[in-house]
Design a protein around this ligand. Structure first.
Ligand code: 5GP
Length: 466
């Protein structure tokens, strides 16, 4: 409820300031006497200015207005828009008249409607912002990776739909202004040259509030209906409140954006490559091929196991042989990226084994389940995550047949469904995706991506570099 009210107060009165183009010129500040001649005596005592601009339908002006009591005030001038380029409109300017029509006392929606009917040269009578403007300074740009999809056309709170910037989970955004903490101004990575006008995106705290509210509503709707609880049910209810508590903790770190920086791997410390994909998507085979073609360049981490060594096996070569209590205590200390049990023995890959390969100058190849991604990302190993997606069901059947496998149609469907789920839940952690349509093409693409890490910097969470 609290969040909801805040949102209304914050955004209910803001509206887009229309499709205008090129502010043309401004008259110098006009003295009160002069204004009296123009029959605007109600502004006596104010320093006003006249601004002329040409309005076209195609290009947004790049500004929004809000109501401040009776006044209509410029609330935001968006970077790269005509308003900003002209330098004539500033945040905080009060608009008194547009083409001699007084706007004081009008709701922003009325101002919007009024402007929609006006074309050609528009004359604005303004009271310039009384705020002392800070000396112009270069805004520091923050780069973030978005962890949610955003579509302004579907957002009732965006101050101006036309100025909203749509993006998808995983996109890198260059945030150029956080002056309004609720609505940042940003470009999508790669768009900044073609799209001079920055767009509005929800600020981090605003989006977190929104996600929290959404989750609370979803959780509530899942709660059982009805009021009669027996003593037994009371117990269940207590148990439930424990799990609700842990959910609330999750919500506190709702992922919205993560700050990113460019990172160029050093020649002697190569990033591990994590290949992710459902069983039968081909990632295991790709790892095998890389290892066999360039064994001096690639390596796999030596796993740990609690089983006894076989006759030909040497500790540290096939496996690191450890005791069960030793394995378990390492596991609870978070030293394993992944682990599993097979025939009553524990197996797992430790971060230290991966680090050992990195220190040797080789590229560590990991085939992982998506559930290992969180641990891997917080391990400081700076993994580069590649998702190997299956092709269409028919193509997958053909590929598996060429390996002598004869999967049932429902098994093929399961691979594709599993991949879809992985992408939906973890897609924002993937640095790249390759669809496995043709084995040699996929292999070629995989090597190209791996080589790119040597030649081009990549976006990584800033926290990895601290
Ligand atoms: P073996 O004991 O015959 O060498 O391996 C038995 C099974 O243990 C393998 O087929 C594999 O499924 C599992 N295994 C081997 N290494 C690892 C590992 O590092 N992690 C996990 N989770 N399982 C492993």
């Amino acid at each position: 409820m609290f969040v909801c009210m805040c949102v209304c107060v914050l955004f209910g009165v803001c509206v887009c300031a229309f499709m205008w183009q090129a502010l043309m010129q401004v008259h110098d500040s006009v003295a009160v006497q002069e204004k009296e001649e123009e029959n605007v005596t109600q502004y006596v005592g104010e320093t006003v200015k006249l601004v002329r601009l040409e309005k076209t339908r195609d290009t947004p002006l790049g500004a929004t207005v809000r109501n401040d009591m009776d006044s209509v005030v410029v609330s935001r001038v968006v970077k790269g828009g005509a308003a900003e380029r002209s330098g004539l409109l500033s945040e905080g300017d009060e608009i008194l008249e547009i083409n001699s029509v007084p706007v004081r006392g009008k709701h922003v929606n009325e101002v919007h409607d009024l402007l929609q009917q006006m074309h050609g040269t528009l004359t604005f009578l303004l009271i310039p912002s009384s705020q002392i403007k800070p000396a112009p300074h270069r805004q520091t740009v923050m780069h973030v990776r978005a962890y949610f999809d955003y579509d302004p056309s579907d957002d009732p709170f965006v101050p101006c739909r036309e100025l909203g910037l749509s993006f998808q989970k995983g996109d890198i955004l260059h945030v150029i202004s956080q002056d309004d903490p609720s609505w940042w101004q940003a470009y999508r990575d790669g768009d900044e040259d073609n799209q001079p006008l920055a767009g509005l995106v929800p600020g981090k705290s605003f989006q977190q509030q929104r996600e929290t509210l959404k989750k609370t509503i979803t959780d509530r709707s899942r709660e059982p209906q009805g009021k009669l609880w027996s003593a037994k049910k009371g117990k269940k209810q207590r148990k439930k409140s424990v799990s609700t508590f842990s959910k609330t903790t999750d919500l506190d770190d709702t992922l919205t954006y993560e700050e990113m920086s460019l990172y160029h791997q050093p020649a002697n410390r190569k990033r591990p490559i994590a290949l992710i994909g459902p069983t039968n998507s081909g990632h295991d085979e790709l790892r095998r091929r890389l290892l066999s073609i360039e064994p001096e360049k690639f390596a796999v981490a030596v796993p740990h196991t609690t089983r006894n060594p076989r006759i030909h096996e040497r500790n540290g070569r096939e496996y690191n042989f450890v005791s069960r209590p030793g394995f378990e205590s390492d596991m609870s200390a978070g030293k394993f990226i992944e682990s599993g049990e097979y025939e009553k023995n524990l197996y797992g890959t430790s971060t230290d084994s991966v680090r050992h390969i990195i220190n040797s100058g080789r590229i560590c190849l990991l085939c992982l389940h998506t559930r290992s991604l969180r641990v891997l990302r917080s391990s400081n190993l700076k993994p580069y995550v590649i998702f190997i997606a299956p092709p269409s069901q028919e193509r997958l059947r053909t590929l598996l047949a060429s390996e002598g496998k004869t999967p049932k149609p429902e098994e093929l469907k399961e691979v594709i469904e599993k991949a879809r789920e992985m992408e939906q839940n973890f897609g924002h952690f993937f640095d790249a995706t390759i669809v496995n349509t043709d084995p040699s093409q996929v292999f070629h693409e995989l090597r190209r991506l791996i080589e790119k890490l040597d030649t081009e910097p990549q976006w990584v969470p800033t926290s990895w570099l601290c």
